[in-house]
Design a binder for this molecule. Sequence first.
Ligand code: PLP
Length: 358
Amino acid sequence: MINMAKPQIGDEEKKAVLEVLDSGIIAQGPRVKAFEAAFAAMCGVKFAAATSSGTTALHTALLAHGIGAGDEVITSAFTFIASANSILYTGARPVFIDIDPATFNLNPALIEAAITPHTKAILPIHLYGLCCDMDATMAIAKKHGLVVIEDACQSHGAEYKGHKVGSFGTGTFSLYPTKNMTSGEGGMITTDDAVLDEECRVLRQHGMRKRYYHDELGYNFRMTDIHAAIGLEQLKKLERFNEKRRANAKFLSVNLKGVVTPFVPEGSQHVYHQYTIRVPDGKRDALRTYLQEQGVGSEVYYPVPIHQQTFYVKDLGYDQSLPETERAAKEVLSLPVHPGLSPADLETIVAAVNDFMK
Ligand SMILES: Cc1ncc(COP(=O)(O)O)c(C=O)c1O
């Protein structure tokens, strides 16, 4: 079976973990600090604060910006549930706008119409490894005095006009094993703002600035040195992993027939966390079944947009139509693109898709 994801763990990660175990400092310590510095450098920002997951990175970043009850955050419903749930955790309300059908990302032309006196932030999601239209998004945020929190959980190292994701607004990343790089579980918050960075560090550590003095409600959202040791080694390999993903994606895009392959806007450097095609004519689910029979894994990210999830409809009262989001949920299919694929795997994927679509 050709799987959708395969964490690339080598001897370097194993050795680094054993060193931590032998060091006596297992929880948050010097490896976390080193990992934060290296991650900030990769993104081209001054600061990075490590957390326990991408979800807690999002939650912490929102809280650090003072977002809470009564506030609205404009975002996309075509994403993993954590992007919107993290807004709910703060007491704020996600306001969903439709996606650009070409990129699957937030359509910036729809942002301004969604702004109300309650709007505090825009939360663009760089889905599948492709950066959103940040020129347009940042210009609107500036005009209306809004905060921008980037959900870069799927796009480590992706670039937009020469700048890395996570360097436009406040960046948030996931380090889950299926991502372009991993620490096992983990997250990062990136920023150039020293005050915001400090607030994130306080929030992840029970609101504690001085040992055992708690001025505000905080959480235990810390990363351990065991996780940071893995992350540090993975970060050294990120560019190589991303190059392999891009080469795999190129092969697929050149050879696949009868499906819509990913679009990369001018000036964007895609890192293909997912290689996502559109399957026309209602054939998506049948193609998926066929691929499974041929030993090719595939996945639908995401079959139910967030505004249509049961809990959002029944408990939160969401009742809106997002036509492009809903169409994408019916048509998208992600194929394996991870760095562990062999040339033979790629040939198998192409042959299986083209055989079905002919
Ligand atoms: C777009 C997006 N946002 C947020 C998250 C949450 O990250 P984590 O699973 O590390 O909490 C993920 C992870 O799958 C994601 O893909």
